[in-house]
Design a binder for this molecule. Structure first.
Ligand SMILES: [Cu+2]
Length: 284
């Protein structure tokens, strides 16, 4: 395992080919849009399945009501890819700028800033992931493997559902740092982005005796696999400022290294982790 084990699939694919976005609108189903709201009913989150393969990404419902939505990803084409839910009024520009940001050259920080301004990200995850997020009325995109994109619409009366109460919480702070409610524990883990930049949450399993000094040393070295790196962990994909998600996540290890490798909006070519956005936390 290398230190940087994961990068949002969206970042990677955006860097490859922004020119040929394959958008396949989801086929509208009867859905629940416009159905009469039941005031006072506690309700349950709307469940939407997202399936991604090499050819397309699809959602189980193309139109549904606003409120807490639970995305479930039974399948992606590859072990390390993820799906992301987002909104933008200019998909091509968002991808182009994302590509520039990921490339890390001169102007990449400004490109990242533009992405932040013109797109809003509501989290994501790989195969097997489940996360809840509040969605307002609007038109949304879902990205999957190979730049594949689909759409869905949120309209009608708000549902009364509440997000599942998390067992442990992680925040991205205004200073682009990670903070937790204490030890990480499942089965529901929240991730709230209180920062002014877009972040993801990678939680890598590390040896129980790993210290901050070990991590700093690895960051300052040429790379490779630190002796304390272990197999396993989790990955909550990108979220915009102000977005909160709650993920169904098994926390089965003693120690995790939380990291975010998104490109900075302040410094060209510098990912957040290299600016100090990492945090060692105990698990279980
Ligand atoms: Cu970040």
């Amino acid at each position: 395992m290398k230190l940087q084990t994961k990068v949002s699939t969206l970042v990677v694919t955006a860097a490859l080919a922004a020119a040929s976005l394959a958008i396949v609108p989801a086929v509208a189903t009867a859905g629940t849009a416009g159905a009469a709201a039941r005031p006072g009913a506690p309700g349950k989150p709307k469940i939407v399945k997202v399936t991604s393969n090499d050819k397309k990404v699809s959602v189980s419902d193309a139109r549904f009501r606003p409120g807490v939505t639970e995305f479930r990803v039974p399948k992606t084409a590859h072990r390390n890819t993820s799906v992301v839910v987002f909104e933008t009024d200019n998909l091509n520009r968002a991808f182009k700028k994302f590509g520039e940001a990921a490339a890390g050259g001169v102007g990449s920080a400004d490109a990242m800033k533009t992405v932040d301004r013109i797109a809003t990200f509501y989290g994501g995850g790989g195969e097997g992931s489940r996360w809840q997020v509040k969605l307002s009325k609007g038109s949304y995109y879902v990205s999957g493997d190979n730049d594949n994109i689909t759409t869905f619409k949120v309209s009608g009366n708000r549902r009364g559902a509440a997000m599942t109460k998390p067992d442990s919480e992680v925040w991205a702070t205004k200073e682009n740092q990670f903070k937790t409610s204490g030890k990480l524990s499942g089965k529901w883990v929240s991730f709230t982005n209180n920062a002014h930049e877009i972040h993801f949450l990678e939680g890598d399993h590390v040896a129980g005796n790993t210290t901050s000094k070990d991590v700093r040393k690895a960051f300052n070295s040429a790379g490779g696999d630190p002796a304390w790196a272990r197999k396993g962990g989790f990955f909550f994909d990108i979220q915009s400022p102000g977005v909160k998600t709650v993920h169904l996540q098994d926390i089965s290890y003693n120690k995790y290294l939380l990291m975010c490798w998104m490109p900075s909006e302040e410094q060209d070519g510098v990912p957040h982790a290299m600016m100090g956005m990492w945090h060692l936390v105990e698990g279980k």
